[in-house]
Design a protein around this ligand. Structure first.
Ligand SMILES: N[C@@H](CCC(=O)N[C@@H](CS)C(=O)NCC(=O)O)C(=O)O
Length: 144
């Protein structure tokens, strides 16, 4: 895993803080994004840093995406504490800026899903996960 970075970039510093907090080993490659043919273009069409290049060549960019990925790589020093995970069930809560109204998210799906589960005597909870979101739905067995 390699982070294309610059010491002057605040977004790079944010990612480096997360790497340090979570004690994730990562190669750093300092790059200059000023030239038109900057070395980041090969991995990121926006040519911006930070860009994280995974061992299989997959490139992740935008510091928010990188930070969320890193938080899921290791459960150590969780950025979103387990006891705050229930926040996703709050009405009109959208945790990622990328998931705004234009992309269809109103922050109502999960509270409605939980309300429906509870209306049927069940429960919907968010669980820890190392790969994306994970939910557990329990419903009572209907009596015949
Ligand atoms: N939203 C991006 C912003 C990244 C960004 O603007 N990086 C600057 C350096 S701090 C950059 O690469 N600028 C070069 C350019 O825009 O061509 C993030 O959070 O990663």
């Amino acid at each position: 895993m390699k982070l294309l970075a610059s010491p002057l970039s605040p977004y790079t510093r944010k990612v480096r803080i997360v790497l340090a907090e979570k004690r994730i080993e990562c190669e750093l490659e300092m790059v200059d994004v000023a030239p038109a043919e900057n070395p980041v273009n090969r991995y990121n069409p926006l040519g911006k840093i930070p860009t994280l290049v995974l061992d299989d060549g997959t490139a992740l960019y935008d510091s928010r995406v990188i930070v969320e990925f890193l938080d899921n790589v290791s459960p150590f020093s969780r950025l979103i504490p387990d006891d705050k995970r229930d926040r996703v069930f709050g009405r009109l809560v959208r945790l990622q800026q990328a998931r705004d109204r234009d992309s269809g998210g109103a922050g109502l799906g999960l509270p409605l899903a939980r309300a429906l589960a509870r209306a049927h005597g069940g429960e919907l909870v968010a669980e820890p996960s190392t790969a994306g979101a994970r939910f557990r739905l329990t419903l009572p067995v209907a009596e015949a």
